[in-house]
Design a protein around this ligand. Structure first.
Ligand SMILES: C[S@@+](CC[C@H](N)C(=O)[O-])C[C@H]1O[C@@H](n2cnc3c(N)ncnc32)[C@H](O)[C@@H]1O
Length: 255
């Protein structure tokens, strides 16, 4: 997407992120998982910390949390919610600007690793994380599992469904928010805009773009960075991961 940068998503979504996505997953389940893995009080580096949806409850539960995010708007929201100043926040890139320290856990929740828009950047991220893990440290990655055949092709070889979509996100008496997206399965890129049209505010665009990959491909990035898969679950409730799973939580450690 022309003009899209690493801060476009955060800057576009910061004001509505908690309202739209605040209840995506249960922070208590993440707290329980990390407590089992490394114990309360352990150091956690969250990549793409956003509004602090997870970082704030983790810090309140006793973890020492550092959050990195490339979006100043997201970090402003996070600081506003961090009334007791329990987080250390760094404005920067989750590959190039990680602090030169080691952590018990590095966390990339909710598809955050897919915000890196090609395999080389995702590989660089795994390498940067591997350099920052304590000897017993873990890299915890939460992401969706891509469909095997995201594009529908007819028996004659025509593309029936090219992956383009327009959907309605919200309607009020004075506004409508549309979700417009497209998908290129050959490049593994999905991108879109939420378009808010309102009588009072005119037009507001919220762009997003991801480069997705499969759990096996993430494992290959990990191996190349000197890490190995320790466990994979269907979610932070530690359900069994299987062929039907639509999401995964993968835990990597030093090989
Ligand atoms: C899907 S949100 C996840 C936010 C939070 N971790 C959560 O689970 O609610 C992804 C976050 O990653 C940030 N982000 C995107 N690309 C980034 C990059 N290259 N470096 C650092 N942060 C990035 C965005 O600004 C956004 O806050």
């Amino acid at each position: 997407m022309e003009g899209y940068t690493s801060s476009s998503y955060g800057d576009g979504f910061a004001d509505i992120y908690d309202r739209w996505y605040g209840s995506l997953s249960d922070p208590d389940a993440i707290i329980a998982t990390l407590t089992d893995l490394v114990g309360r009080g352990a150091s956690v580096l969250e990549l793409g910390v956003g509004t602090g949806r997870l970082a704030l409850p983790l810090a309140a539960a006793g973890f020492t949390v550092t959050g990195v995010d490339s979006s100043a708007a997201m970090l402003d929201r996070c600081r506003a919610g961090d009334t007791a100043s329990i987080l250390r926040l760094i404005e920067g890139d989750m590959v190039d600007d990680l602090p030169d320290e080691r952590f018990d856990v590095v966390l990339a929740a909710y598809n955050t690793v897919f915000n890196l828009l090609d395999t080389a950047r995702q590989q660089a991220c795994f390498a940067a994380v591997a350099d920052r893990l304590n000897d017993n440290g873990r890299f915890v990655v939460e992401a969706f599992v891509p469909d095997e055949l995201p594009t529908e092709i007819s028996a004659a070889g025509e593309i029936i469904d090219d992956g383009d979509r327009i959907r309605v996100r919200e309607i009020t008496a004075t506004s409508v928010t549309l979700s417009v997206s497209r998908h290129d399965p050959t490049q593994r890129i999905a991108e879109g805009q939420f378009i808010e049209l309102s009588e009072t505010g005119g037009v507001r665009l919220r762009p997003w773009m991801i480069h997705y990959c499969s759990p096996d491909e993430l494992d290959a990035l990990a191996v190349a960075a000197g890490l190995v898969l320790e466990a994979r679950y269907a979610g932070f409730d530690l359900g069994t991961f299987g062929a039907e799973s639509t999401r995964h939580v993968s835990i990597y450690r030093r090989a």
